[in-house]
Structures are given as structure tokens and as C-alpha cells.
Design a protein around this ligand. Structure first.
Ligand code: PLP
Length: 221
């Protein structure tokens, strides 16, 4: 793995994914050239976590890339993200949801969003509690400039497979419960699984994995 190129790593990850699971290549902290290499190997979905970095990369890279915003988002940055991202996966409060809707309406865009759910042990991770999700989904459905596509979540950062599996099951249950509430064919994205835990996430029903390190190598912060 370590010696392989970006395109070789991408190919082997793609081959390991079941059909119906979308790969988002998490390119945060990696330069545009690295994204270019992945793009030339056929990758089109990329994930970024900082507003300025996203804007700069959007300007430098091809138009047919689908940009996923996956980082914690402050309301004063929303305008830039809404302008540049195709999907915001990290919607973690009602206030943020409302600001996204307002900013999208201003530029006549309908933006795809995922509600982020918090099930992990770490308090540093953000997201709605499972008990808050139904209300958030109901409110999202009333918003004209938002298209609610699904749920995003992260498992606890631990070596304990049981805990990771339990977390992914909880996220999956949230997805199923909202899917039966909203009854929309476009509500079809269960975004869970990163470099270290994707096999468990896929076994537990993930339809979208977000992989950074296993494609691009370690990030230098
Ligand atoms: C950074 C990040 C990832 C990618 O993590 P890797 O371990 O590098 O695969 C996935 N999801 C979110 C929300 C992230 O912030």
C-alpha cells in the first residue's frame, strides 16, 4: 500500500467496494496536483473540510468534480460553501440548516445536504443526537433550497470493533427511521466509513464511504 501511487490505491479501493457504494475521495490538506491525479484516474467525488481550501481548489480544478463539504461549518462561512459545494454532509444544527437554505435561495441554487448524527464517544465530534433527527428532517423538508439526501456519521475512534459496529448500527437505524418518515426516493445516502473502518461500515449498510488517508497518504496539518 505505502509504495503505490494515488491511482493504484484508488483502483484497489474501488475494486473492494460493492456496487451501490459511492467513494468520496477526501482530499483535505492535499494539494490540487494530488486531486488531479485522482481525477485522471476517473475519480469525480471529492471531500473537503475547510471553506477557503475548497474555494481555491474549485477554481483550480475541472468543473465536473462533485465537491462534498464534510467539515464543521460556521454560519459565517456558509455563503462560500453553498456557492462551491455540491453537497454539504456536515449539517449539525438547525441554525446551520436555516442559514444554508437562506444562502442557497439567494443564489437560486438547490443544495444537497446530509444531516450529521452524533453517536461516537468523543465529545469533540459534532452532530444531531439521534433523538433530534426527526425534527431536523421535518424542518429540512419544508425548505425550498435544500434537498435532504440522507445521513452522515462517524464511529468512535477506537480499536474496539464491537464499539465501531454498534456505532454504525445506530447511524443506520437513524437512516432507516428517517427514510420511513420522509418517503422520498432521493433520500438514499448513508454516508459512513473512513480509511480505518470502512469494511465494518459497508457490512452495516453504508452507501457512501469517505476515504482520505488510504488514497492520498497521511495528511500534514
Ligand atoms: C478527514 C475525514 C475523513 C477521511 O478520513 P481518513 O481516515 O483519512 O480516511 C472522512 N470523514 C470526515 C468527516 C473527515 O473529516
Amino acid at each position: 500500500m505505502a509504495a503505490a501511487s494515488i491511482s493504484e490505491r484508488l483502483r484497489s479501493i474501488r475494486e473492494s467496494l460493492p456496487t451501490g457504494v459511492t467513494l468520496v475521495a477526501v482530499s483535505k490538506f492535499h494539494p490540487a496536483e494530488a486531486i488531479k491525479e485522482a481525477y485522471e484516474a476517473g475519480q469525480r467525488d471529492f471531500g473537503e473540510s475547510r471553506a477557503q481550501e475548497l474555494s481555491a481548489k474549485v477554481q483550480a480544478l475541472p468543473d465536473d468534480i462533485r465537491w462534498h463539504f464534510i467539515g464543521h461549518l460556521q454560519t459565517n462561512k456558509v455563503r462560500h460553501i453553498v456557492a462551491h459545494a455540491d453537497m454539504i454532509q456536515s449539517v449539525d444544527s438547525l441554525r446551520l440548516l436555516r442559514v444554508i437554505n437562506q444562502e442557497a435561495a439567494k443564489i437560486g441554487k438547490t443544495i444537497d445536504i446530509l444531516l450529521q448524527v452524533h453517536v461516537a464517544a468523543e465529545e469533540t465530534k459534532t452532530g444531531f443526537l439521534p433523538s433530534e433527527l426527526n425534527d431536523a428532517a421535518n424542518e429540512a423538508l419544508t425548505m425550498k433550497s435544500i434537498r435532504l439526501r440522507g445521513i452522515m456519521g462517524m464511529a468512535t475512534n477506537t480499536d474496539c470493533e464491537e464499539r465501531i459496529r454498534t456505532d454504525f448500527r445506530s447511524i443506520r437505524r437513524c437512516f432507516d427511521s428517517i427514510a420511513s418518515l420522509v418517503h422520498l426516493p432521493e433520500f438514499d445516502i448513508l454516508s459512513m466509513g473512513m480509511s480505518d473502518d470502512r469494511p465494518i461500515a459497508i457490512a452495516e449498510g453504508s452507501t457512501m464511504v469517505r476515504i482520505g488517508t488510504d488514497i492520498f497518504g497521511m495528511r500534514e496539518y
